[in-house]
Design a protein around this ligand. Structure first.
Ligand code: SF4
Length: 289
């Protein structure tokens, strides 16, 4: 079980000072942080987010930037389709929502790039709504404390119900949600839960003696040598050039496997992150806008 008093008291003193949690941060800026934090660690997001919101503090400011500038500012956060979707999201909010991020989950879900997690995170963290927010960390904490299992298994519709049932009533609900995520990120981690400093006194997995998980062994995600790395190398070249570059220049970015390089470049063109000019050179999408 999760005792909200224990969790909230712990969060009060243990929370990390993250810039998007500080007073005065707008709903748009929180939404930007959620886009960036998908699959990317806090330490890498922090400097990029700070520069981003200083440069483009509102949806309309972001929408007014070129797609190429947005991709350039995204830097090496990875998964650059997120940058493109964020730009599209800003454009829709500026044009159709008076430059104000919607506060209800259903409208948020209609925005480009906003999925089930991000919609609820924005409704909860920006607008203090009492909605369950479920990410990987939360699923793991609930699996251990409530269900007595090491791992959460595959995501299911039940995850939302599980977390909704735990939320306290009243204004503490959004703080409870962020505290649960924080516990999963910093204490009840996947590989090395720090039960000795955990604030939760009633954890079913611990009281059962930490039975081993039954799921498949965790795999470490490889990056070196993957198409993702090749795509990143190609984008690095284009980010460093404000003018289109020739195919020969681009080819130098990855000489190990030419078929893989061609595949990566094709996928960047298909994703709309890179454009080919009339004379056959390559540039970031929207470079000439
Ligand atoms: S006691 Fe250990 S396993 Fe249980 S929630 Fe705390 S850190 Fe996680």
């Amino acid at each position: 079980m999760i005792d909200s008093v224990e969790l909230l008291a712990w969060y009060e003193h243990a929370q990390r000072d993250l810039p998007w949690r500080r007073p005065g941060v707008s709903a748009w800026q929180i939404l930007v942080s959620e886009f960036m934090l998908q699959q990317t660690p806090v330490a890498r997001v922090e400097p990029i987010w700070l520069a981003w919101v200083a440069r483009w503090p509102t949806p309309s400011a972001t929408a007014g930037a070129s797609a190429a500038d947005v991709l350039r500012a995204w830097g090496k956060l990875g998964y650059p389709r997120r940058a493109k979707r964020l730009h599209e999201c800003a454009t829709v909010i500026a044009a159709e929502h008076d430059d104000v991020v919607p506060d209800d989950v259903d409208t948020l879900l209609s925005l480009p790039g906003v999925g089930a997690y991000t919609a609820r995170a924005v409704a909860c963290f920006a607008y203090r709504h009492r909605v369950p927010v479920v990410d990987t960390n939360v699923r793991r904490v609930v699996a251990r404390t409530v269900h007595g299992r090491e791992d959460a298994g595959s995501p299911s519709a039940r995850d939302l119900d599980d977390v909704a049932a735990l939320l306290p009533d009243g204004p503490q609900a959004p703080v409870f949600s962020v505290a649960l995520m924080e516990l999963g990120a910093t204490v009840c981690t996947a590989r090395a839960p720090r039960c000795g400093v955990c604030p939760l006194s009633r954890c079913t997995w611990r009281s059962r003696g930490f039975p081993a998980g039954t799921g498949p062994p965790r795999r470490t995600q490889r990056y070196a040598g993957t198409d993702r790395q090749v795509r990143g190398r190609l984008l690095d070249v284009l980010r460093d050039n404000t003018f289109p570059v020739s195919r020969a220049e681009l080819d130098l970015a990855w000489t190990t496997d030419t078929a893989q390089r061609d595949r990566a470049l094709d996928s960047l063109l298909v994703d709309g992150l890179v454009e080919q000019t009339a004379d056959g050179r390559f540039a970031l999408a929207g470079e000439g806008d």
